[in-house]
Each structure stands twice: as structure tokens, then as C-alpha cells.
Design a binder for this molecule. Structure first.
Ligand SMILES: Nc1ncnc2c1ncn2[C@@H]1O[C@H](COP(=O)(O)OP(=O)(O)OP(=O)(O)O)[C@@H](O)[C@H]1O
Length: 508
């Protein structure tokens, strides 16, 4: 007799202003990894939030282990063994790793926090993901962003977990951390945990998942064994057409120098020098934590440099803060869209135009009609999905939020654009759209400096790639010169040197 699935979903529907999920029928078996994918705004997070009790369906039903399952809150779902790790980090930076792991259930003894018990429990939780090297007493803010993401996942593993939903879990992880996560997920599957894995990275899905579920416009477009479907078929089911990315195009012709930095130091960054010319895209590769984001922030004036000189358009310039940067034609698309970029409680239109208010205001007053026309134009051009341009950005899907930030800087029409992980959380079709926009910007004579953890992305987009390692710019490659292996070797080089020095010292 066939075993009943762990979770069965029948005719599930959810609308906000418009239908977001329609008649979803699905079943998840015990101990399988299911890939959940689809375009930005297709309804993946909404489906997961329904399962995890964060929101309630309008109609339809769920059965968990054969019993009716209608969680009224996240805690309610967690009591039944259903947990979700959200796309955005929700850790409290000032609290320790252990405190974050046990928020809401911190052990007490004689009325005082029992730190030994708390740290011991935290160590056991971290060990579940092979994170034995993380000190549970460290404040979370002192961990790199990849490690914070892993702590967030470890938190999802506390208690008795039957079903674990991971929303874009690898967006901020290094290749090594991804491997470790995959190893641990395979172990969890072996122990009978069902894992729903949401991602736009199809290569990862193909490696890890047993089954693939594709949502398209809130409906089920595919539910098949992963081994039966090809990469191209999944893309077609997601976006409705083929998507091609061209890694072999020639180098763009570049013009005069628009940005030069010399001997920049500050934070992690040491003595960094580079130049970007009109019409070219310079990539910044390196491991997570190598100082790429920090370098962009120093250039933009978001962090203060200790040394360094800067030239814009060939002239010496000073950028003391982001306002200075924007006034001088320099924009920064941030990696952490929630804390550093988006105005969450504000309308999409406002978020789009905030960096260039003079285009939508007259005599100091916002021209509502102009703002609306501008917003419509960008919505169409980047295919941003929202009810209307008054919708608050926190109601948009993650990928659509990213497109709003990108549109903001396109609208600002900067001469120099710094982009940190520009396609994070963006679906495959939209990614190709963003590549085309970046290409058009370069062809229009802008200078672009792009940080990405995805080497294939840099190899597709860039004319040159500079590699950072442990805070230093170690090598720059021209298009045609690089290989994936050479870029990786450069990214590891400064760490390898430090290790060799430490080994030599220990030996002598
Ligand atoms: N609280 C809300 N209020 C109004 N609309 C919402 C709300 N939450 C989600 N939506 C809408 O539901 C649709 C589906 O969003 P959802 O976040 O589920 O998409 P997704 O497939 O997870 O996208 P992504 O890949 O970008 O994360 C979007 O159009 C979004 O604007």
C-alpha cells in the first residue's frame, strides 16, 4: 500500500488585491527535497507562508500526516514540526548567536539566564549544519553575512522538524558554504525531514532536489521528478520562452576614464586602486567577506575611508557621504535591499523616484501625475509586478523589490554606477532583462562597477574583472584572458599566502 504523503495541499487559493495563488494541488512525501521555482511574483513565498502559518488561505485545505492542518501562526506551524527560513535575515545583530538561536525559549535557572545551557544547546544546533567553528557567544553582527545566513538556517532546525522550507538559502553563501549546506540537507533528508527548497539557481536545484514544482502566475505549471526534466524545459515552464545568455561576446569599446580610486583603505579594504572607463563594465570578484562590498561603500561615501584619493571624469573629487556621491553622478545598488536601500513603508512610485526627485517635482512639490507616469514607465520596462504604483514595496515579492531598486538608479541616470549583487533573488528571465539594461547603460557611455558572487554572471557581463582577496585587489583580467579556475585561484590567493605564512611560522 502506498504511504500517505507528509503534507497534502488541496485547491489552495489566496488573493491579496488580485489572485496570487489559484487551485494549488500538491503533495510532499516524507524525506524528499522538493525544488520550488518560478518567476518573481509567481507565488512561491506566498505558498510557503501559507504552509508555515504566516498567512491563511482564502480557501482549500491542507493535511499534515493525514490530519487537518490549518496553522494560525508561525508558532502554531512550528509546534506541528513545520518551519520556514525566510529570504531576508531576521537575526538581531546585537544579540549573541546562542541568544538568536533560542529567542523565545532561552533557558533559565533560578530566575537567571542559564548561559551554559544556552551555549551548549546552541553548539548542538550549529553542529547540525557543520558550523562547529562558530562561537555561540559572539554577537551575530560580527559574523559575515554568509555565516549569518547559516545561523538563520540552523535556527530553522531547532525542535522537532518534519518539514523545512528554505527560501533562497544560498543567496549569500560562498561555494564552500553551499557545499556544506548541501551535505547537511542530504543528511536531513536521510533522517526523514522533508525539505522545500526555493531558488532561482537552477543548477543548484538540479543537484539537490528529487522533484521540481514550478509556479507560473500563481498556478501549478509543473510537478515532476527532477531527473525527468532538463534545465531548458524548467526555464520554458517558468517564463514561457527560451532564455539565452551570451558569454562569448567581444569586449565593449571603452572611452575616457570616469572613475579612478587610488590607495583606498578602510575597514577590511587595504590599498585598493582601480579605474573604470565610459562604456565599460568592470567586475569585482572575490569570496564573500573579501572586501568587495566594503570597497563599493567606501567609494560611495557610505563608510569612511582612512586613506585614498578619488577622481571623477579625470578630475580630483571628494565624496564624503552618499548625498555627495549622488550629487556627483555616482549611484550604488546595495546588496542588502531591506536595510540599506528600500523605503519599506512607502509606495513603489516614491521608491523609484527618490534618488531623482527633481524629475517629478515642481517648486518643491511632488507632481503626482509626473511621478505616476515615471513609475508606469519603469514598471513596464523592467516588468515589475505590482497591483499599482501606490502599492507599498514591502508587499512586493523579493525579486520585484530588487527590480525597483535597480529602476531607481536607472532613473537617476548616473555616470558611474556601483552595483552589489544586482541579480540577487531575481528570476532567470528578469536576470536576462537586467543584463540587457546594463549592456545598454555601458553602450550609452556609463561606467559600471559590478560585484557578484556568481562568476558566470561576471564572465557574461564584464569587459574586465578585478579580483579581491582578503581586502586587497590582487589581479585584473581582461575579457578573453580569464577562466573560471584562474579567477578562483586569484580569489583564494591572499588567504593561501596567509596560511602559508602561518604554517612557515609554526614550523620555524
Ligand atoms: N502582503 C501582500 N499584500 C499584497 N500583495 C502581496 C502581499 N504579499 C505578496 N503579494 C503579491 O503576491 C504576488 C506573489 O508574491 P510572492 O512573494 O509569493 O512571489 P515569489 O514567487 O516568492 O517571488 P520572488 O521570486 O520574487 O521572491 C506578488 O505579486 C506580490 O506583490
Amino acid at each position: 500500500m502506498a504511504r500517505a504523503p507528509l503534507l497534502r495541499i488541496g485547491k489552495l487559493c489566496k488573493s491579496f488585491a488580485a489572485p496570487v495563488l489559484t487551485d494549488i494541488d500538491l503533495a510532499f512525501d516524507t524525506g524528499e527535497i522538493v525544488a520550488l521555482t518560478g518567476e518573481n511574483g509567481a507565488g512561491k513565498s506566498t505558498l510557503s507562508k501559507l504552509i508555515a502559518g504566516l498567512i491563511s488561505p482564502d480557501s482549500g485545505e491542507m493535511l499534515l500526516g493525514g490530519e487537518r492542518f490549518s496553522p494560525r501562526s508561525r508558532v502554531d506551524a512550528e509546534r506541528s514540526g513545520v518551519r520556514m527560513v525566510l529570504q531576508e535575515l531576521s537575526l538581531v545583530g546585537t544579540l549573541s548567536v546562542a541568544e538568536n538561536l533560542q529567542l523565545g525559549a532561552i533557558p533559565h535557572r533560578f530566575g537567571f539566564i542559564d548561559r551554559d545551557a544556552m551555549n551548549a544547546r546552541a553548539r548542538a544546533q550549529l553542529a547540525l549544519l557543520g558550523l562547529d567553528s562558530i562561537d555561540p557567544e559572539l554577537p551575530v553582527s560580527e559574523l559575515g553575512i554568509g555565516q549569518q545566513q547559516l545561523v538563520e538556517i540552523a535556527r530553522g532546525l531547532s525542535g522537532d522538524v518534519k518539514l523545512l522550507i528554505l527560501d533562497e538559502p544560498t543567496a549569500m553563501l560562498t561555494a564552500r558554504e553551499v557545499e556544506e549546506l548541501f551535505r547537511q540537507l542530504a543528511l536531513l533528508r536521510g533522517r526523514g525531514v522533508t525539505i522545500v527548497y526555493i531558488s532561482h539557481r537552477l543548477d543548484e536545484l538540479q543537484r539537490i532536489a528529487d522533484r521540481v514544482v514550478v509556479l507560473r502566475d500563481g498556478r501549478l505549471a509543473c510537478d515532476r521528478a527532477m531527473a525527468e526534466v532538463s534545465h531548458d524545459e524548467i526555464v520554458r515552464m517558468m517564463v514561457g520562452h527560451d532564455v539565452h545568455e551570451d558569454e562569448d561576446r567581444p569586449r565593449r569599446a571603452s572611452g575616457r576614464e570616469l572613475l579612478r580610486v587610488a590607495n583606498f583603505s578602510g575597514g577590511l579594504v587595504r590599498d585598493a586602486s582601480l579605474a573604470v572607463h565610459a562604456g565599460e563594465i568592470l567586475g569585482l570578484a572575490g569570496l564573500v567577506g573579501s572586501g568587495r562590498t566594503e570597497l563599493l561603500r567606501l567609494i560611495f561615501g557610505a563608510d569612511q575611508k582612512s586613506t585614498g584619493d578619488l577622481w571623477l571624469g579625470g578630475r580630483p573629487a571628494r565624496i564624503r557621504n552618499p548625498t555627495d556621491a549622488v550629487a556627483q553622478g555616482v549611484g550604488l545598488l546595495t546588496e542588502d535591499r531591506k536595510s540599506q536601500g528600500l523605503l519599506l513603508g512607502q509606495a513603489l512610485a516614491m521608491n523609484l523616484t527618490i534618488a531623482h526627485l527633481s524629475t517629478v517635482s515642481r517648486k518643491g512639490w511632488i507632481d503626482g501625475g509626473g511621478e505616476e507616469r515615471t513609475a508606469q514607465q519603469w514598471k513596464q520596462r523592467l516588468r515589475i509586478r505590482s497591483k499599482d504604483s501606490a502599492q507599498h514595496v514591502d508587499e512586493l515579492s523579493g525579486g520585484n523589490q530588487q527590480k525597483v531598486l535597480f529602476a531607481r538608479w536607472l532613473h537617476r541616470d548616473c555616470q558611474v554606477l556601483l552595483l552589489d549583487e544586482p541579480t540577487r533573488g531575481v528570476d532567470i528571465g528578469a536576470r536576462a532583462d537586467i543584463y540587457a539594461e546594463l549592456d545598454a547603460l555601458a553602450k550609452a557611455g556609463k561606467a559600471l562597477l559590478v560585484v557578484s558572487s556568481d562568476l558566470r554572471e561576471l564572465m557574461t557581463l564584464c569587459d574586465r574583472i578585478a579580483v579581491m582577496s582578503a581586502g586587497t585587489l590582487v589581479q585584473t583580467f581582461e575579457r578573453g584572458e580569464w577562466t573560471e579556475q584562474a579567477l578562483l585561484a586569484a580569489a583564494f590567493s591572499a588567504y593561501a599566502q596567509t596560511m602559508n605564512m602561518a604554517t612557515d611560522k609554526a614550523a620555524s
